[in-house]
Design a protein around this ligand. Structure first.
Ligand SMILES: Cc1cc2nc3c(=O)[nH]c(=O)nc-3n(C[C@H](O)[C@H](O)[C@H](O)COP(=O)(O)O)c2cc1C
Length: 479
């Protein structure tokens, strides 16, 4: 698998990957506060349309001291970089690539602690101090420092099959944190199963890995199914695991992660969590969340904490790529003429763009209906093959010129959705969804698209390059 950063493999660790990125990462050596400052930098870069990973070498903790851990955020903000880390050259082909890869499985391998870099340093008992981690306070209204890219791994007590998902944790003190698995998530289901037996739920949080593993672990699976073989299938090699330090080693954790926190969520132990800035760009309400009592922390030498800017491209890009793969497989099952799918980050997981190369009667609408059934997708737009799905100006042009509301709209009410959709009125649990067929009808009277003369266009491009090179374009106004 190509690593996207020289010859760095998935076992080499996140720091090595960042190091190899060179000036494609933004490395900050002077202290930067974990409270607001790291996230503000992400927002400022986003405004500029720039998405480098931000590697903070000296994160300043809320008390003023410098954390012994480094901090990396914005790691997964760039589609190009995420896809390159996965070994995919063209991020525009992510949907079909992911759809095919998500079916593959490569079993993980288990290595002893002695061969697991994440077991380099081990902290137990009174040595455990979560507050030394450079956990960020991201947005105004967030109540405290959060782990925002911690993958929680739990077991189904019946089958012993594990599940991993990124789920936020609010660090409350040295040895406890709230942990928020959505009630319908597989981890929440596992936790409830332990609690129904009257037992505490063992949970391990692994933080920071080569980005290919972090992203591949997010493949959407049925229940119960372990994410390790699926992540291996996606990256094309086995994920290296090592037994947990607690729970008789029954849980397995990635040997090459930066940090692993192990703990117990006891029945009935809950605490308020949030408000928290969500992927929607809005502050989500405070919820009652399980409390995790931490038993141990282990980490690599010189470990970096992976943070994910919530509601920013950093948060949306990896999940949207996984969603593109899922939607591609759903829509392709009913439309062989589907050629691409894109879930733009600004659509916040509510918007899907589907592209077709011709289609027989009804087929585009079949595909639109298929993707509207997927979780949060609220608006799905069908587009022709000449429209660049990654250029919102072209998508707007297609919607403005190729679509009639009375003919090209499908509306389906009362489908399942995310309760985080800020437009839902109180008590409402379903969404009204729409598919818009913005493919151009092919009547004899349908006009052709107007194109410039190709030779003249090439000449104009050359002229522009000369003028720009001579510095003459600097003062020209933007749109
Ligand atoms: C950056 C990021 C943060 C997330 N935060 C949460 C969270 O706090 N709680 C949660 O249940 N899911 C969160 N998710 C989604 C989960 O990773 C996962 O998709 C979801 O919990 C469903 O998991 P499952 O397929 O194992 O049921 C987050 C995803 C990303 C990419």
């Amino acid at each position: 698998m190509s690593s996207g950063a020289g010859k760095i493999g998935v076992a080499d660790g996140l720091s090595a990957w960042l190091e190899a990125l060179g000036d494609k990462a933004l490395r900050i050596d002077e202290p930067l506060a974990v409270e607001y400052e790291a996230t503000a930098l992400q927002h400022a870069l986003d405004t500029e349309g720039r998405y480098p990973p931000i590697w903070v070498r000296s994160p300043r903790l809320p008390g003023g001291e410098i954390s012994p851990f480094g901090l990396v955020t914005n790691l997964t903000a760039s589609r190009e970089q995420v896809c390159s880390a996965l070994g995919l050259d063209d991020h525009r082909r992510a949907a079909a690539w992911w759809a095919e890869r998500q079916e593959r499985r490569i079993e993980p391998v288990t290595v002893p602690a002695a061969d697991a870099p994440v077991r380099d340093t081990l902290l137990e008992g009174d040595d455990v101090d979560l507050q030394l981690l450079p956990a960020t306070v991201q947005h105004r209204g967030n109540p405290g420092p959060y782990l925002t890219a911690a993958h929680a791994t739990t077991l189904d007590p019946e089958t012993g099959i594990d599940n991993s998902a990124i789920q936020r944790c609010w660090i409350k003190d040295a040895r406890s944190m709230s942990w928020f698995p959505y009630p319908n998530s597989h981890n929440a289901r596992n936790m409830r199963a332990w609690h129904e037996r009257g037992e505490a739920c063992p949970v391990a949080f692994w933080i920071g890995h080569h980005p290919a593993v972090s992203v591949a672990a997010q493949v959407k699976l049925g229940y119960p199914e372990s994410h390790w073989p699926a992540a291996g299938g996606l990256i094309g090699e086995p994920v290296r695991l090592t037994p947990s330090l607690n729970f008789d080693g029954r849980l397995l954790v990635p040997a090459d992660a930066e940090i692993v926190i192990e703990g117990l969520a006891r029945p009935g132990a809950t605490a308020p969590d949030g408000p928290f800035a969500e992927y929607t760009g809005f502050l989500g309400p405070a919820v009652d969340a399980p409390v995790c009592e931490v038993l141990s922390i282990s980490h690599r030498k010189g470990a970096v904490l992976h943070d994910c800017g919530s509601g920013l491209a950093d948060n949306l890009t990896p999940d949207n790529i996984a969603m593109e793969g899922k939607l591609f497989s759903l829509a392709r099952a009913v439309s062989p003429r589907l050629i691409n799918v894109h879930a733009p980050a600004q659509g916040r997981r509510f918007l899907a763009l589907l592209q077709f190369d011709g289609a027989i009667a009804g087929e585009v609408r079949d595909a639109l209906a298929a993707v509207l059934a997927w979780r949060r997708v609220k608006t799905a737009v069908a587009l022709d093959s000449d429209i660049d799905l990654f250029d919102s100006q072209q998508v707007d042009w297609a919607l403005a010129t190729r679509f009639q509301w009375d003919r090209d709209l499908i509306r389906v009410d009362d489908l399942s959705t995310s309760l985080l959709d800020p437009s839902l009125e109180p008590g409402r649990k379903t969404a009204s969804k729409a598919g818009l067929d913005a493919t151009l009808p092919r009547y004899p009277s349908t006009p052709p698209v107007a194109h410039p003369d190709p030779e003249a266009l090439a000449k104009a491009a050359g002229l522009l390059e000369e003028l720009t090179g001579a510095g003459l374009a600097d003062g020209w106004p933007e749109k």
